[in-house]
Design a protein around this ligand. Structure first.
Ligand SMILES: NC(=O)c1ccc[n+]([C@@H]2O[C@H](COP(=O)([O-])OP(=O)(O)OC[C@H]3O[C@@H](n4cnc5c(N)ncnc54)[C@H](O)[C@@H]3O)[C@@H](O)[C@H]2O)c1
Length: 325
């Protein structure tokens, strides 16, 4: 199969590329090496893929229609996995316009190109679309119409735009709502990475609300879900939204303790208040993805954190975000 992966150099994108190559597919990746975090980390993410004869990388920006067209031209894709996005929740407050342009206009360009070739599409969405929903665990049939951040609202808008392309043009599209993904190559702005840096530096960790809980999901389980959804979109023109989580929400305080254990460090915790962009808890009901394509997450938090720590300690540079001590 020929696949085009957008956001290929990112955390989930590079794992997706590696998996598709391991399955014998031909893969073209597009990424603009957005400066949100270090381009060096993204290039390392792709180091294995770049040595593979069935992989080609195009540096390009999904905001530019000609870059998207050129990537489709090169890939001649039978399926597209659209992961390119501005992905930080809190950062979306500072630059909402960029979020709108990448996450909505960028998707529009991808949808138009998919329409021309009638190419099935997977689209990365997020548990953030559920906002502060009190209906736990979150189900795909929940309204998801009260987003708490520009990021979440652009992702929900992306799902809606994609639905209109299914409806009007008969495209097969699956929108995958990922729940707090972690693991090797993890984004340096996310909790697991920033807590790791703080624990190793002996800094205390400020929690946003004592009871805050997240349905942390190991990246290999997410890639299993992407593979399952790839089979699903190749069946027939249809549109589906699917939660991909682990279904075992963990209090963030417990995550810090488990991480400290895996690192052999002592944890010192301060309590802050819940940020207005954050949901107090996320929890996935995954029955729909289980029924549609056999999604069944495998990796426990303890095992996943050990794999993360092993990767982190072996990394040539500790992944970090600009401006952090
Ligand atoms: N990591 C998570 O927990 C999580 C949770 C929910 C949803 N998601 C979604 O999954 C997808 C992948 O997230 P990730 O964690 O791997 O993030 P990431 O930032 O590591 O990967 C995104 C990639 O997209 C690229 N990109 C950004 N803007 C682009 C543009 N204009 N043109 C081309 N490429 C561009 C970036 O350079 C980056 O390599 C995103 O759509 C994100 O919103 C992630």
């Amino acid at each position: 199969m020929r696949a085009l992966v957008t956001g290929a150099a990112g955390f989930i994108g590079s794992h997706t590329v590696d998996r598709l190559l391991a399955r014998g597919h031909e893969v073209v990746g597009i990424d603009n090496f957005d400066p949100y975090y270090a381009a060096g980390q993204k290039r390392r993410n792709l180091s294995r893929a770049l040595a593979h004869p069935s992989f080609a990388l195009r540096e390009g920006d999904v905001r530019r229609v000609e870059d998207v067209r050129a990537a489709f031209e090169r890939a001649q894709p039978e399926v597209v996995v659209h992961l390119a996005a501005k992905a930080g929740v809190r950062a979306s407050l500072a630059d909402p316009q960029a979020y709108l342009e990448v996450n909505e206009l960028g998707l529009l360009h991808v949808l138009e190109a998919c329409r021309e070739g009638r190419t099935p599409l997977l689209l990365a969405s997020t548990s953030s679309v559920y906002g502060a929903s009190a209906h736990v665990p979150f189900e795909e049939s929940d309204a998801a119409d009260l987003p708490l951040s520009p990021y979440a609202s652009t992702k929900r808008a992306a799902e809606l735009l994609a639905h209109s392309y299914y409806h009007l043009h008969g495209l097969a599209i699956a929108a995958l709502r990922f729940f707090t993904v972690y693991g090797p190559r993890g984004r340096p702005d996310m909790a697991v990475a920033s807590f790791t840096r703080a624990l190793r530096a002996g800094r205390s960790i400020r929690l946003h609300g004592e009871e805050t809980a997240r349905d942390f999901t190991y990246v290999d389980d997410i890639v299993d879900g992407i593979e399952g959804a790839l089979r699903w979109v190749q069946g027939a023109p249809r549109y589906g939204v699917f939660n991909l989580g682990r279904t075992e929400p963990v209090r963030v305080r417990v995550l810090v303790e488990e991480l400290a254990l895996a690192l052999g460090c002592r944890a010192s915790i301060e309590l802050g208040r819940l940020e207005p962009t954050e949901s107090p808890r996320t929890a996935a009901n995954i029955a729909r993805a289980a029924a549609a394509f056999g999604y069944a997450p495998q990796v426990s938090l303890a095992e996943g954190l050990q794999r993360w720590v092993r990767w982190y300690l072996e990394s040539p540079e500790s992944p970090h975000v600009a401006g952090e001590e």
